[in-house]
Design a protein around this ligand. Sequence first.
Ligand code: HEC
Length: 202
Amino acid sequence: MDIGMRHLHVTAVLLLLLFILFKTVLLVANKTEQLDRIRDKTKVVDMILGLLAVATGIYLITLKPTVEAYLWIKILLVLVAIPLGIVGLKRHKKPLAILSVLLMVYVYGIGETQSYKFKRDPIVVEKSDQAGREIYQRLCVECHGEDGKKGLYKSPDLTSSSLSNLEMTDRILNGKGIMRGYKNELTGEQVTAVIDYISTLP
Ligand code: HEC
């Protein structure tokens, strides 16, 4: 269910983005008659895709333990970009439509990189025997859960993983599938601390 929702969200967003991009290109090329015809024909599809994107987005946010800054920015920009795009394409205002497309592309980048700077900052935690636990709580609990068995997005039970420490390190630094890599955020020492912490999970 959670994976399906995520695929649905990304698909709806990408289709919407392509449609809006296409219509904006028509507008910029002064093909306004064609634009109006297409707008008329795709009204219902646009509305369904828009509702799907927003509804699945809200559902995915409810899965998050905390709403990070990048997510608030994403939500805010979406709320600005959608009306801009609608008004721009309807009233044939090129700057508005272009601004809307640019905002949406930026929002897409934020979603993909989970950062409004397109690059996540290194995690700062005090060196202590609790560092591994702290990092795990901050970065990993969302999908793997306090006990390592939560299984969000089909993540495997960490307490029964058959991976070696080396393979785990690689998985954490480089990610796989839905799990992103943490090489920009974690030092080698921090990754070792998290793996040590995972090995203490009952
Ligand atoms: C967005 C959800 C998500 C987050 C956040 C996340 N993971 Fe994962 N993790 C996954 C998924 C999904 C997989 C399975 C990837 C695959 O094999 O396709 C996985 C796999 C793993 C594996 C490999 C386990 C195995 O036996 O194959 C390890 C180790 C792991 N994660 C550790 C971590 C650590 C440590 C963190 C925090 C620094 C973390 N994960 C954050 C979703 C997540």
